[in-house]
Design a protein around this ligand. Structure first.
Ligand code: SF4
Length: 408
C-alpha cells in the first residue's frame, strides 16, 4: 500500500463471493482503457464476443470517474456476456482474477480516505455482504490492501475534504470531534450487546440522532420549517413520497442515477394537496393506513442485517459530509434513520397490498429491499438544492422518530 495510510477494517462484517451471479446482472460495469484492450484481446472459450458488447462511451465522465472510458454491454437477458450458465465468470475461470475488469475485482469493497486513515467497507448490493457470509473482513487484510491499491488507481482524483464538517448547518465540527461522537454511534449499533440486541435499528438510529442533537449550540425547533405553515405530518408524507420514488423506484435497473425531484417537493411543501397519499408501486395509501397496520416483528437475521447496514454506513462515513451529499452530521444521522425506517415501510406497504396482515416477512425479502436501497444510494448524485432540502427537512429528530413510528 503506497504512502503512510492506515487501513481500518470494520468488525462483524463478513464477505466471500457466494457465486450467485447477482452482481453480474444489470449492473453497469465500467471499463478502463487497459480493461478494454485486455478484454478485446482475450480468446474466451465458449463466449461469442460481439463488438456491441463492449461499448466505447463518449459521455463525459463525472469527476472521480475519469479512469473509466467504456462499459460492458449486457446480453438481452440483462446478464453479462461473460457469465456462464452456472454463474461463473468465464474471464476469471479461464484467465484468472487479474484478467477481469477492474470494477469486478474491486466489488464489493470500497474505501473512504480520511485524515485518520482509510476506512474499508463493502456494498450491500452484494449477496455475500447481505447474508454476512464468508470470512470476516478483519481476516482479509492482505487482500483488502491489494484491493485498496486498485481503488487508488481507479479513483486517483478522489480526495474527500473533511475540513468543512458541520454538526448541524452553521455549526462546524472538526474531524477529531467527529471521531469521538462516532465511537458512541458504532458502540450502540454493535449487534451482540444486550442494549442493541432487543432494539430495532431505526429506533437506535433515532435515539443516536436525538442524543447528537444535544450538542447543538443554538436551540430552536428544528421540526418547524421557517415560513412554512404545512403540518408536520403532511411534510413527513411528502418527504416519504420523495424518498420512496428515489430509493425504491418501480424499476431499479432502469436508471443509473438517483435524484430527488426537489422542485416538485418544494411546490408541494408550499401548497400541499388537501390530502397527501403515500404512493408506492402503483398504489396509494393514507397516513392512517400505515398507522393502523402493525408490521410483524422482523426476525433476528433481518434486524441484524439492518443494524449491520447502519453500522457500516457510519464506520465508512458514507452518510454525511463528503461521504453523502454534504449533509451535516445530525441531518445525515436522521437521513440514515429515515432510510432504515423506509425499508420497513416498504415491507409494510407490500403486506398491505397483498392483504397479508400479521404476515411474517422472510429474510430474503428484507435483503432484497436493502440491496435495492444500496444500489440507489450508490448512484445518488444530489444537487445543491436536494442537499439543502434534506438538510432542512431532516435537521430535527422528531421527523425521523415519527417516520420510525410509522414503520412499526
Ligand atoms: S466480467 Fe465477469 S465478474 Fe465482471 S460482470 Fe462479467 S461475469 Fe461478472
Amino acid at each position: 500500500m503506497g504512502g503512510e495510510a492506515i487501513l481500518h477494517i470494520p468488525e462483524g462484517i463478513n464477505f466471500d463471493c457466494t457465486g450467485c451471479g447477482n452482481c453480474c446482472f444489470s449492473w453497469p460495469v465500467p471499463l478502463t482503457d487497459d480493461d478494454f484492450e485486455r478484454i478485446c484481446s482475450l480468446e474466451i472459450e465458449g463466449v461469442k464476443k460481439e463488438p456491441v458488447h463492449i461499448i466505447k462511451t463518449c459521455a463525459p465522465a463525472s469527476p472521480g470517474q475519469r479512469a473509466f472510458t467504456s462499459a460492458l454491454g449486457k446480453r438481452r437477458d440483462g446478464k453479462c456476456q461473460f457469465l456462464s450458465p452456472d454463474n461463473r465468470c468465464e474471464i476469471h475461470s479461464q484467465f484468472g482474477e487479474e484478467a477481469k475488469p477492474s470494477m469486478c475485482r474491486l466489488f464489493p469493497y470500497t474505501f473512504t480516505p480520511t485524515p485518520n486513515g482509510v476506512y474499508a467497507s463493502a456494498s450491500f448490493a452484494s449477496t455475500g455482504v447481505l447474508y454476512n457470509s464468508g470470512r470476516p473482513l478483519a481476516e482479509q487484510k492482505p487482500h483488502l490492501l491489494r484491493t485498496y491499491e486498485l481503488f487508488q488507481k481507479l479513483y486517483s482524483e478522489l480526495a474527500p475534504d473533511w475540513n468543512g464538517l458541520q454538526l448541524i448547518d452553521g455549526q462546524p465540527l472538526s474531524f477529531n470531534e467527529y471521531l469521538v461522537i462516532e465511537s458512541t454511534l458504532l458502540a450502540a449499533l454493535k449487534e451482540d450487546t444486550p442494549e442493541s440486541m432487543n432494539r430495532r435499528a431505526d429506533k437506535i438510529l433515532c435515539a443516536l440522532a436525538k442524543e447528537t442533537s444535544k450538542l447543538i449550540n443554538q436551540k430552536r425547533d428544528f421540526d418547524k420549517i421557517p415560513g412554512l405553515e404545512t403540518k408536520p405530518r403532511t411534510v413527513d408524507s411528502l418527504l416519504i413520497n420523495a424518498l420512496l420514488a428515489a430509493y425504491f423506484p418501480d424499476d431499479v435497473y432502469k436508471e443509473n442515477s438517483c435524484e430527488i425531484d426537489t422542485a416538485q417537493l418544494a411546490r408541494s411543501l408550499v401548497a400541499p394537496p388537501d390530502k397527501v397519499l403515500i404512493k408506492f408501486a402503483g398504489s396509494t395509501f393514507s397516513y392512517g393506513d400505515l398507522n393502523q397496520y402493525t408490521l410483524a416483528a422482523l426476525d433476528a437475521q433481518s434486524e441484524g442485517l439492518l443494524k449491520r447496514f447502519a453500522y457500516l454506513k457510519i464506520f465508512s462515513k458514507l452518510y454525511f459530509g463528503p461521504g453523502f451529499a454534504g449533509l451535516s452530521l445530525v441531518a445525515g444521522l436522521n437521513h440514515l434513520a429515515t432510510i432504515v425506517s423506509l425499508v420497513r415501510i416498504v415491507l409494510k406497504l407490500k403486506n398491505i397490498t397483498r392483504k397479508a396482515k400479521g404476515h411474517e416477512i422472510p429474510f430474503e425479502e428484507v435483503a432484497e429491499c436493502v440491496r435495492m436501497l444500496e444500489r440507489r444510494l450508490t448512484v445518488a448524485n444530489y444537487s445543491r438544492e436536494t442537499k439543502t432540502m434534506l438538510e432542512v427537512l431532516l435537521s430535527g429528530a422528531e421527523r425521523s422518530e415519527r417516520i420510525s413510528m410509522l414503520a412499526s
